[in-house]
Design a protein around this ligand. Structure first.
Ligand code: URP
Ligand code: ZN
Ligand code: ZN
Ligand code: ZN
Length: 469
């Protein structure tokens, strides 16, 4: 069944971020109509058989780059491909970034990227982005928030491209505080990185296989300290993207203890892969910023996640292919950074943390769906199965076993960083807006019906639900 009328998802165990129980899900006109006692629903409807499966709110990936241009490189996918890969991996909402290109204003970047949402097979939202301060920025920030884009990205690195200086970060944070938005920050101390890269290059160690040495943990930890100090001084909310070190997460935890609304996003590859990949036959395929860290750091980051200190898990999806990565593998300063991952985020996280380490499935839902929805003003329309929510539903087979093989995936690239990883747990059926879009590995409905989502006007950057379930 692929229609948009009534549908019953029957016989599964519903898992939200706060409870899990057997229940059937009744869908009507693209929304959740009711959660009902198993077997008590109306007869004769189109049905999805969820017996033996988990029934989850569709995943919300808070960190995706789609059609992203950095320097002379543009990622290989557009909205159709990125969202198709997303739904195959159980993600039914992506949050992309509107990053200004040279000469473009933040508002122009937002319009450019927003125009693409309709090409998606699922819905999407955007983070705006500020790189330089000028007198028009306060009004742009006000209109973003009024228009439902409540998160604004800034980078402390990538000088000459997207780096914002500390004055800009402080001013943007202050204005966002006043209009009800939140800064979203990539933290790596640029001067430390440039100096270390200069030293590495002098010693002939600046190729892809040296990447982890060129961007030390210290650079991330120092930048997080600086940005947290700004947030504390101006009493503004702050969300740290792709935190890759335990020390960075610990700083955020301590800041929360002082009453600062600070949040940690971790991304799948930092939680699962380590720097030994830079000794791989294809080190260029793992060049991302921050880089993959030592095995000890990966372990400690996982401990923080298990302890409830990670608010969201994103993919930082960046769909370059091997040819693009290879071009300048001799010098990471000129390479395209980022790894493909929108399709593997949910299966890899489920396998590594729910199956292998005993993370409660509710907390998996919190980090991969409900909390990203909350922090982007999309909850409970997204990230929940409440009556009235959009009927984005994932029927998840918790026992399915497979090995990651890029030829089975749908991302517009020729590799997966997780190639060869044995994964337990997989998508069985995916419903988007009440329509069955994926079933048993087939795309049943490729109609691009994606909508650009606007945050609820009631949204404030509040602390998500407690993680200790
Ligand atoms: O290496 C990465 N993460 N590239 C994408 C841009 C960013 O910094 O998020
Ligand atoms: Zn980043
Ligand atoms: Zn070297
Ligand atoms: Zn990113």
């Amino acid at each position: 069944m692929t229609g948009g009328g009534e549908l019953l998802v029957r016989g599964g165990t519903v898992v939200t971020d706060s409870w899990a129980a057997p229940a059937d899900v009744l869908v009507r006109d693209g929304r959740i109509a009711a959660l009902i006692e198993p077997g008590t629903g109306p007869r004769g409807l189109d049905e999805v058989d969820a017996a033996g499966k988990l029934v989850l709110p569709g995943g919300v990936d808070p960190h995706c780059h789609v059609g992203f241009t950095s320097g002379s490189y543009t990622t290989r996918d557009g909205y159709f491909q990125a969202t198709t890969a997303a739904v195959f991996g159980g993600t039914t909402t992506i949050v992309d970034f509107a990053i200004p290109r040279p000469g473009e204003s933040p508002a122009e970047a937002l319009e450019r990227q927003r125009a693409k949402a309709g090409q998606g097979v699922c819905d999407s939202a955007l983070h705006a982005c500020v790189t330089d301060w000028d007198e028009t920025i306060p009004e742009q920030l006000r209109s973003f928030v009024a228009d439902g884009v409540v998160t604004v990205k800034m980078f402390t690195t990538y000088r000459g491209e997207t780096m914002a200086d500390e004055d800009t970060i402080l001013r943007v944070m202050t204005h966002l505080r006043d209009v009800g938005g939140m800064a979203v920050i990539h933290c790596e101390s640029n001067h430390i990185i440039e100096d270390v890269q200069h030293q590495c290059a002098g010693g002939g160690h600046i190729g892809a296989g040296d990447h982890h040495r060129t961007r030390p943990e210290l650079a991330e930890d120092a930048a997080v300290a600086g940005v947290l100090a700004i947030a504390e001084s101006v009493r503004a909310a702050v969300y740290f993207v792709h935190q890759s070190t335990a020390a960075a997460v610990d700083q955020v935890v301590r800041a929360r203890g002082r009453g600062i609304r600070a949040f940690t996003e971790a991304v799948t590859h930092h939680l699962v892969l380590d720097e030994s990949k830079y000794a791989d036959a294809h080190p260029e395929r793992f060049v991302c910023c921050p880089p993959l860290r030592s095995a000890a750091t990966v372990r400690e980051l996982g401990v923080r996640l298990m302890a409830g200190e990670v608010t969201t898990v994103g993919s930082d999806h960046c769909c370059y292919d091997t040819a693009q990565k290879l071009e300048r593998k001799d010098d990471v300063r000129h390479m395209p950074n980022g790894l493909p991952g929108v399709e593997t985020r949910m299966p890899v996280m489920f396998s590594e943390f729910v199956v292998q380490r005993g993370l409660p499935a509710q907390r998996f839902v919190a980090m991969t769906s409900a909390n990203p929805a909350r922090l982007n003003g999309l909850y409970p329309r997204k990230g929940s199965l409440m009556p009235g929510a959009d009927a984005d539903i994932v029927v998840w087979d918790p026992g399915a076993v497979r090995t990651v093989d890029n030829t089975d995936l749908h991302m517009a690239t020729d590799y997966s960083p997780f190639e060869g990883l044995a994964v337990t747990g997989a998508v069985s059926t995916v419903v988007v807006g009440g329509r069955v879009v994926v079933h048993r590995g087939e795309l049943l409905d490729a109609t691009p019906r994606g909508r650009h989502l606007r945050a609820s006007q009631l949204w404030r950057p509040e602390v998500p639900a407690p993680a200790a379930l």
